[in-house]
Design a protein around this ligand. Structure first.
Ligand SMILES: [Mg+2]
Length: 362
């Protein structure tokens, strides 16, 4: 049996299976074995989580509830019970903390564990994974978690999704590149729809294609993000499991060489700023629910307006559209010396829907 002792790092990613739906089926036995959709029933509602019985019909997270209902007419729709999910989440995270000193939750039902310091405690990564799965099952009274174990966060995360539900996938470091190879490029950490489009335009469809691509071609098309994706494709990902730093916001601002006056001038200055924020957000795989516009007058008075959105945004067009809405709320009669734009209430790109729940229920 392969031992993790010789690995440079042992990183585990744990992700609860169909979390909200599974909690409903746990608490209400009559829902077990049935197609369940968690979400609101209003015209703009989206599916937060679908039970595996419903997923068979091709419904999934982020799909419009109306479409999902058409596909699964007999689905049972349940509103979310966020407090209950939070309670169970806390129990699950407590289990994780009995395994690792460093636990980095990345959403309500998902976390990275740095098992490197504890690797000698387990015969193998499989023993570790099975023990963790059993403890989560017991602590929650019957919920399954899927687990991926490897030596980087990136591969551990892809691995936890590999054999869902109730999966346990161990990827030894020397097999990581081969494991990643057949995966579609959308699996690359931080690759949003735009990046995927650009990679496809280059003829790159799998992670193997990206790994084999000339680095110069990638950076020409994607800038520094191209280098980031190329490194991921080679399993070069030295990000630590970080339980301390929580990124609160991502923004950019420009102090102007000459003062400007009026909404049109502000709008024009916002374009490159929004593009910069969007580029950095995409490279880091970040989206945000909050958008803030900051202006500073020539007299150094700072003014800010912000908006909380029902869906997370990161693309430049969306940032600009919402910033435009905020401009109407400013008194723009004074000359300005600084324009800034900040994205806050950030979410991980792989889990946007669950976090948006508290705001999307009508
Ligand atoms: Mg999950």
């Amino acid at each position: 049996m392969l031992r993790a002792m010789s690995w440079d790092r042992v990183i585990l990613h744990a992700d609860m299976d169909a979390f909200f739906a599974a909690v409903e089926q746990l608490d209400f036995p009559e829902l077990r074995g049935k197609p369940i959709l968690i979400g609101g029933s209003g015209p703009r509602s989206v599916v937060a989580t679908a039970s595996y019985e419903a997923r068979k019909y091709g419904v999934g997270s982020a799909m419009s509830m109306a479409v999902a209902r058409r596909r699964v007419p007999n689905a049972i729709i349940r509103p979310h019970r966020f407090e209950r999910y939070t309670e169970i989440s806390q129990a699950v995270m407590a289990v994780f903390r009995t395994y690792a000193e460093r636990v980095q939750p990345i959403s309500i039902d998902e976390a990275f564990l740095d098992m490197s310091p504890a690797k000698a405690r387990f015969d193998s990564p499989w023993t570790l994974g099975r023990a963790l799965k059993r403890d989560v099952f017991e602590a929650t009274g019957g919920l399954h978690v899927s687990v991926g174990v490897s030596n980087t966060k990136f591969v551990a995360k892809v691995a936890s999704d590999y054999d869902k539900p109730d999966g346990l996938t161990v990827v030894p470091p020397d097999q990581a590149v081969a494991f990643l190879a057949p995966q579609p490029v959308k699996r690359l950490w931080g690759a949003g729809p735009k990046t995927v489009e650009r990679l496809h335009a280059l003829g790159l469809r799998t992670i193997a294609d990206v790994a084999a691509c000339d680095l110069g071609v990638l950076t020409a098309a994607l800038g520094s993000a191209g280098h980031h994706f190329w490194r991921l494709a080679h399993n070069e990902d030295d990000r630590p499991v970080d339980d301390t730093r929580v990124r609160k916001s991502l923004g950019a601002e420009r102090t102007l060489t000459d003062d400007i006056l009026g909404a049109d001038a502000v709008r024009a200055r916002l374009v490159p700023i929004a593009e910069e924020v969007a580029r950095r957000a995409e490279a880091k795989g970040i989206r945000g629910y909050g958008l803030r516009v900051k202006l500073k007058t020539a007299a150094f008075q700072i003014m800010t307006r912000q908006v909380h959105l029902p869906h997370p945004v990161w693309q430049a067009e969306d940032l600009l559209r919402h910033a435009e809405g905020l401009l109407a709320e400013f008194d723009l009669n004074a000359p300005l010396r600084l324009v800034g734009l900040t994205l806050y209430d950030l979410v991980d790109p792989d889990d946007p829907v669950q976090l948006e729940l508290p705001f999307s229920t009508p």
